[in-house]
Each structure stands twice: as structure tokens, then as C-alpha cells.
Design a protein around this ligand. Structure first.
Ligand code: HEC
Length: 124
């Protein structure tokens, strides 16, 4: 009888451990390829969790019912000016009524430019 609470404690600790590992795995960022450009590295760290490694949207985003669209859609991306891309990355989608896309105000302008160059590269 005295053992019961200990078993319950061990089970509870294991459950917490598994849950934490699951959350960590869910938000883990994909590793960029060796020799990747700065833009690609930034993309993998900041954007891939939602937009997917290939830019077509991650299934993790689908799981949370986030619809990030397809950044490799050539016709669609060709309609966007560089300024539009800079603005939506820097300030997010909220100013244009598309709050799903977060802003990256803390990212330096030079890095935003690298990200835009990378977006152009994957939608060509
Ligand atoms: C929290 C998830 C999330 C992250 C992180 C994220 N995005 Fe987005 N992004 C979205 C969603 C959702 C949309 C679609 C918003 C809408 O259409 O309402 C979007 C839209 C966009 C668009 C507009 C596409 C279009 O056709 O108008 C661009 C460009 C974009 N994201 C680039 C990026 C870049 C670059 C990064 C990394 C710096 C990034 N996103 C990080 C969720 C995210």
C-alpha cells in the first residue's frame, strides 16, 4: 500500500517528461544544409517552423491550423514587389489584415534583404 504514491509519482514524472520532449520536438527548427547561404540559414531558423523547409508550409503549422500559403508559388510570388516582401517580413501581416504572419522587427534590414533574396530563389 505504501508503494502506490511512489508509482503514481514516477508515472506522473514520465508523463511530464514525454510531454516536454514532444513540445520541444514540435518547435525544433530544421537544420540548414552545410554551405547554405545566410538567407537560407535565417529562413530555416525563423520561417521554416511555419512555412516548412521547402516553403510550401509545414505539417506542424497544419497541426495548429496555421495556413502559411506556398512561398514557392511562382505566379503568386512574381506579383509581389520586393518592398511588399520586406514589409511583410519586417512588420508581419497585421498592417494589411493578415495577422497569421508574425513581424520580425528585431531582424536587421540586411538580414531581411537576405531573406527576400532567398524567397526569390525558391520561387524561381
Ligand atoms: C508563426 C508562423 C509563421 C512564421 C514563423 C513565419 N510566417 Fe510567413 N506567414 C505565415 C502565415 C500564416 C502567412 C499567411 C498570412 C495570410 O495570408 O493571412 C504568412 C505569409 C507570408 C508571406 C506572404 C505570402 C504572400 O503571398 O502574400 C511571406 C512573404 C512570408 N510569410 C514570409 C515569411 C518569412 C520570410 C518568414 C521568416 C522570417 C516567415 N514568413 C515566418 C506564418 C508564418
Amino acid at each position: 500500500m505504501i508503494r502506490r504514491p511512489i508509482v503514481a509519482l514516477v508515472v506522473a514524472l514520465a508523463a511530464v517528461g514525454l510531454f516536454t520532449a514532444g513540445v520541444a520536438w514540435l518547435f525544433d527548427t530544421p537544420r540548414p544544409r552545410p554551405g547554405a547561404t545566410r538567407g537560407e540559414r535565417l529562413y530555416m531558423t525563423l520561417c521554416a517552423p511555419c512555412h516548412g523547409e521547402d516553403g510550401r508550409g509545414s505539417w506542424r503549422a497544419t497541426l495548429f491550423m496555421i495556413r502559411p500559403g506556398d512561398l514557392t508559388d511562382r505566379a503568386r510570388m512574381a506579383q509581389h514587389t520586393d518592398q511588399y516582401l520586406v514589409d511583410i517580413v519586417k512588420h508581419g501581416g497585421s498592417p494589411i489584415g493578415r495577422p497569421g504572419m508574425p513581424g520580425f522587427e528585431h531582424v536587421a534590414d540586411a538580414d531581411v534583404a537576405e531573406l527576400v533574396r532567398y524567397l526569390r530563389a525558391i520561387s524561381r
